[in-house]
Design a protein. Structure first.
Length: 341
């Protein structure tokens, strides 16, 4: 009994004080921080109480402290500006140039070596591309590469992969034919059948004349390059016995009477001179047989050596004799444009 009175007297002066249990205070006492009960939010000294209307602490933002416009400027600086978006449903069916069974125009241009597909798309949107004479400035157009013509900045591109174009630097003594019944060397002796299948020469050079000879399987181009009405200029280097009298160049520019009519050169230029020999460059657009040799024979200066260096926009350059090279896409485009194709 004495022991129990002592226990009760410890909490004696405080109202509601009861026996303190092992887990907390007795019944009716205030719940402290070590009690098992929560009595609501309690703010310590110096900390303002959170109002009911304000939100609690938020998670930090991924780009905290960086303005969205600064992020956009930084992305543009690092990756470049966004390219123009493609229209979702381009209204291309109304265009006459559109062939639903064809190839996409930008893909065809890229395959022809114009530029990358992305750059080709920009060229189309900028109105720089024509199909069959109609400007196409919308993506999604499909064309038939075998039947339709495509021009970029006014220059035609070759879209038919079956058509090929080569430049051959013919040596002297080679016959300008694919076969020779007398067994002489001819053009086919310099061709690889696997690479140059079914090509033929555009025009001819006589046996002793060397230089540029075009090879292709494009019949329309061959017809235009050899037809007199298109007046395709051809450049020759002529070596004759010198010196050459004054007035010969003027005489050849004005015209020389031959057995098959009047013949004249477009230009006559002295290139080099050494004792006993003179090198002359002449340009003419006629394609008659042995025309250069006959003209120089008529003025008293027989040709010692003759080489054709250029046909239209295609030049032989530093190409070695006996070598066949494929024309670049640019060369093909300029060649087609020179005859109105």
């Amino acid at each position: 009994m004495a022991q129990s009175r002592n226990n009760s007297s410890r909490g004696g002066g405080k109202p509601g004080g009861g026996a303190r249990g092992p887990q907390g205070r007795g019944k009716g006492s205030k719940a402290g921080p070590k009690g098992g009960f929560k009595s609501g939010p309690k703010s310590g000294p110096g900390k303002p109480k959170a109002s009911a209307g304000k939100k609690g602490p938020q998670k930090p933002r991924a780009f905290g402290g960086v303005d969205k416009y600064e992020r956009r400027a930084s992305a543009i600086k690092e990756h470049g500006p966004h390219r123009r978006r493609r229209p979702k449903n381009p209204p291309v069916d109304r265009l006459e140039a559109h062939d639903e069974n064809g190839v996409r125009l930008q893909k065809l241009m890229a395959q022809a070596g114009v530029a990358s597909r992305r750059v080709c798309e920009e060229m189309i949107l900028d109105g720089r591309v024509e199909v069959d004479g109609q400007i196409v400035n919308e993506l999604g157009v499909r064309v038939d590469p075998a039947l339709q013509s495509v021009h970029v900045d006014g220059m035609r591109i070759q879209t038919d992969e079956k058509l090929v174009y080569y430049a051959f630097n013919k040596p002297a003594g080679v016959v300008s034919t694919m076969e020779d019944p007398d067994g002489r060397r001819c053009v086919s002796d310099f061709l690889d059948v696997r690479k140059h299948e079914r090509v033929f020469h555009v025009g001819r050079l006589d046996v002793e004349t060397e230089g540029l000879l075009l090879l292709t399987n494009d019949g329309e181009l061959t017809n235009r390059l050899t037809h007199p009405s298109y007046e395709v200029p051809k450049t020759y280097l002529v070596q004759v016995h010198g010196p050459v009298e004054k007035g010969i160049g003027k005489q050849m520019r004005e015209g020389i009477k031959l057995e098959d009519g009047i013949a004249k050169v477009d230009s006559f230029k002295l290139i080099d001179s050494k004792p006993g020999h003179v090198l002359i460059e002449v340009v003419l657009h006629t394609g008659r047989n042995r025309i250069v040799r006959r003209m120089f024979d008529s003025v008293g200066h027989p040709v010692e050596r003759l080489a054709r260096t250029q046909v239209g926009p295609i030049a032989i350059g530093d190409q070695r004799q006996g070598v066949v090279r494929k024309l670049s896409h640019t060369e093909v485009g300029t060649l087609l444009a020179s005859v109105g194709m």
